[in-house]
Design a protein around this ligand. Structure first.
Ligand code: ADE
Length: 237
């Protein structure tokens, strides 16, 4: 049976996902609660809230891999729009990810480049991308019920971006579409452990001076937008 490790950073991002799975037990370890259950009898799920930011994500993702022996790692949550085509409620599926605040430029490395592993961008699992595309084309037939879905680049860093200058920096240096605070760390941990990974985000804000107001208004409702996609991806993987 395939095991899926599903990580969100915050309660708002995880609460609806808990209702999607049949939780069999809750295991507490490293001060984190792991919800162990199933979808469809044959897909094992370990659902967990890591806490916000890159270190929380790295610790939690490695714990999922070491203790729960997962086959696939999926990080889900909200994100800020870097690409101006994106609006609140749109889904972003990462084709690749980068840590925009990893900076060894003093030693002539491009920002985001991690010399130990000689990588700047981490590619997401192709199978999940294909399933998301299939879901989107099937959903297209049912226009009443459709969220915009965008396949692009996600940039992660330990800051809530709410300033046009920071947004422009991320856009100009990384050609990113979406910003958040964990995805690229999940990606790096997946890469280091040879575990396929994906990052799926829904836009909660514009990552500029309106971001906090946008976020406060949208966070409780937009997280519904990814539920059907996640269920489809897991059931069909
Ligand atoms: N998550 C949601 N919106 C974000 C933003 N503007 N910056 C960083 N992380 C986010």
């Amino acid at each position: 049976m395939k095991s899926f490790g599903i990580i969100t950073a915050m309660e708002e991002e995880i609460s609806d996902l808990k209702n999607m799975i049949d939780v069999e037990k809750i295991i507490e370890s490293a001060k984190i609660k792991f919800y162990v259950g199933k979808i469809d009898f044959d897909k094992k799920i370990i659902l967990v809230k890591s806490g916000i930011g890159k270190v929380n994500m790295a610790a939690c993702a490695q714990h999922l891999i070491d203790k729960f022996n997962i086959d696939v790692l999926i990080n889900i949550g909200v994100g800020g729009a870097i690409n101006d085509k994106l609006t609140v409620g749109d889904l972003v599926i990462a084709k690749d990810l980068v840590q925009y605040d990893f900076d060894l430029s003093a030693f002539k490395h491009p920002i985001g480049f991690i010399p130990d592993i000689e990588k700047k961008f981490f590619d997401a699992d192709k199978k999940i991308l294909e399933l998301a595309k299939k879901f989107y084309s099937e959903q297209e037939k049912n226009t009443d019920n459709k969220n915009n879905m965008y396949f692009g680049r996600i940039a992660s860093g330990d800051r809530f971006v709410c300033d046009q200058k920071d947004k422009d920096f991320i856009k100009n240096n990384f050609s990113a579409d979406c910003v958040e605070m964990e995805g690229a760390t999940a990606a790096q941990v997946g890469f280091l452990n040879n575990i396929p990974f994906a990052v799926i985000r829904v836009i909660s804000d514009s990552a500029n001076s309106n971001a906090v107001a946008n976020y406060n208004q949208s966070v409780d409702s937009v997280t519904k937008n990814y539920l059907k996609l996640i269920e489809y991806v897991i059931k069909n993987y």
